[in-house]
Design a protein around this ligand. Sequence first.
Ligand code: SAM
Length: 211
Amino acid sequence: MAEDRWNEFYATGEYERCAYLAGEEMDEYVDRFLDGSGADPESFASVGCGPAVTEFALAERHPDVEFYCCDLSGDVIRDDREVADRRDLSNISFHVRSLPDLDMGRELDIVYCMATLYFVEAIEDAIEALYDHVKPGGYLIFNYPNEATREWLRDEPEGKREFFAPVASGTNLLTRAEIEQLLGTDVDDYWEFVGATELQSGDSPAVFVER
Ligand SMILES: C[S@@+](CC[C@H](N)C(=O)[O-])C[C@H]1O[C@@H](n2cnc3c(N)ncnc32)[C@H](O)[C@@H]1O
């Protein structure tokens, strides 16, 4: 299972602490989203946070916002807690939680899930669980795999295809129309909204939706 691969990956302790998709641009994009949408969150959840590079940068810039970060891997969560201690950050916390049976025990103003749904077989249940954790008037932001993601994966090495097993088998590919049907509302293109031209119309589509 993809989950087992991630647990093994972090257990080696030899992973790079990086932000996926657009690297360090990712936190700038969140700030553009907050400015453009007028969202003024008190709380921000990141699901599948991994090394939480984006979330640490945001927590430093937004000391009044509470960042609740979670991942299925207890190893990366332990490492993230150490980084938070070293940086003396008290507005960011780390928790072991996994999709699709997400239980954060509360609703938050922003729920953010990047570069994570590729690995979740029951993607529709996961998206519903994420949406259920958004406060009314708040936003869900996420990216998802589509047919273009599967095309991209075809040329990647075997090891990577094992991580992305649900994408490789085509079981968790979605279209924007299917997401809108699932959530019962229109969604907007996140990359377009934040001016991330290099990611638009690519193999990592991302959307946002107000609850
Ligand atoms: C490619 S990393 C992305 C990390 C971070 N969100 C970023 O964009 O830099 C994917 C992360 O999703 C986590 N993950 C995979 N499947 C998950 C699941 N079912 N529930 C929660 N986290 C999961 C992995 O442990 C990993 O940390």
